[in-house]
Design a protein around this ligand. Sequence first.
Ligand code: C2E
Ligand code: MG
Ligand code: MG
Length: 655
Amino acid sequence: MLVLRNMQTREKSGLFQEDNKIFSDRFRQFFIGTIIAAIGGILNLILFGDQLFDSHNLLYFRLDFIAFIIGIVITAVLYSRLGQGQDNKVMTSFLWAWAIIMAFTTWFEGGLHSTLLLSFPILFIFAALFARKLAFLSICSFLSVVIIFMGVNHIYGWFPPPDGMLIEGVPRLISALVLSTLAGYICWIFGGLLRNSFDELKLENKRVLESQDTIRKLANCDALTGSLNRMGSESAYQDLLKGVDFKNESFVIYFIDLDNFKSINDLFDHHAGDQLLITISKRLAELVFNKGFVCRFGGDEFVLALPVQHGFDIEGFAVDIMKSLRKPHFTLVTEAKITASIGIMVANDGLLSFSDLCKKADMAMYQAKQAGKNNYHLYSDKLHREYMRNLTIVSSLESALSNNLLDVYFQPKINLQTNEIDSAEALIRWNRGNDNGIGPGEFIPIIESTELIHSIGSWVLSEACRACKAWRESGKVIKVAVNVSALQLTRSGFYQIVVDALEENDLPPGLLEIELTEYSLITEEPLVKKQLAALKKLGVVLAIDDFGTGYSNIAYLTQLKIDVLKLDRGLITQIDQLKDRRVVVNAVVKMAKELDMKVVAEGIETDAEREVIASLDCDYGQGYLWSTAVPSLEFIDLISKKADPTIALAKPVPA
Ligand code: C2E
Ligand code: MG
Ligand code: MG
């Protein structure tokens, strides 16, 4: 562009640019050269031109001598005008002045025989190079006419030059030498100018190539990490594909999504997040070496693509990636640890585009996230179908939430000593517009890898608090327990959402219980721990849900001062018949008592189960024996009835 613009400017003004200092300087040199040459001519006449003082000559005082002096004066005057933005006019005047002087002096000194004729080509070249079109044409025409005139004049002898004016001998030699030197000098000066212009042009060209290279890099590379971006990857993939022999090789795409990267940004700052992304990109580049390429696909998503020989340990490589990313990262602020979920797509032909391969690997990654993160998953057609189904579920749920098609039901928790309702667990229900009858046990894990878990989670929380307020207003102070996904705790605003829900409904924090999955405890995420500690400090009751199904970190139970353990239904069902379960529950209850925790047994369906649970000193029971989850208004009716251990409060209908 720059070159083009400059070329256009040159085209308009010609090589001769009025405001160009370099040209003005060169013209000055040339003017000085001309003056020196003219002085040389004069000295030549004085020193060697004997005829000058020949008394027989009518033109005693030689006119060519005078002409040169006039030329010198004019040149000196014009010299002083150079560099004032009028160089064009100055140059035209100079050329005309010397064209006339040289026409006269050449005729005067013998016409076509004169060595001064050598000045004509100099003027021609000069006018061609630096004069505007009109000046060039007129000067050339004039000089051509002069040459023709001198030729014809010579033949016919119309206006013969004065006798004896033709310089011979040494002065002729000097004159030829001076003019040739002047011509050489001019060529040297303007040759330098042209060389400079070429150098400038070359430099500009280099700059343009460099900027084209930068633009290409910017378009193909990620500005932060320097890895390829999506656009760059598509062509890198096509390049690599050319060398892949699908008879013996496959092309593997590892779609890497960092787990809970947002919390790093939330907890530290974006600069630390950026640092982390840079080191991650470097580690991935080291892994792929020069066999494939690394692409930063978006925010915290990377793609590692490489062709591999059949038999290559594809899953082992995914493990290597995970290991490499798990190593501590030293950001500016602190040491950060991060895990990643990886989706793997193996292409056995080159039919799909890079973005299609990535879509499939992304689906597999989604599956890895759902399986609890810090995991990898291989793409398969079955996975594709599941993925599509999940997508439909997520979008249907999204519209269900915005169209008020979701409900929150409440299931009572019974105090096993008093048989009274102690609290209620809020459970989401999707009864309307849910053609497939999908329950929360299925859809909650699906939305846990999407934004929806945050909006639905907040909505359930505020509905639960609203219901608790309504029960309170009807005269029953009953605690409400809300299930909170670990994902919700990875958002820095969660604590405030809880505070707002409590304040809006004028509830003391002790009336709210938060049911956490064991994952919330085992996660290394500092933000989760920080928010749990803050909630605990606020006075909110913390419970561990489904205890006994995962790998609870007992240390965290004490660190966070968990208030309630909810034994999973798996431990309770048929406890009256299975001794092993009784032993486990007995041990857990004892441990909980030691740690000052209350214990809730989930999923009590029979009176026999209730009896055993009660005999094991468990504090609370929850299950279909008393009631399924019911709407808030119905729950008020339940509260009014005394929980009878033998009579179910509501007809047990599976949720
Ligand atoms: P959970 O928190 O362990 O809830 C208890 C589940 O057991 C509920 O299923 C409840 O209806 C069921 N249940 C209670 N008593 C019995 C019984 O005696 N027998 C049997 N067979 N089942 C019983 P639900 O409502 O389908 O919820 C399933 C899971 O979905 C919940 O397990 C919880 O993890 C999740 N969930 C439900 N609502 C929410 C919510 O609002 N937010 C989050 N994050 N998760 C929720
Ligand atoms: Mg629960
Ligand atoms: Mg549970």
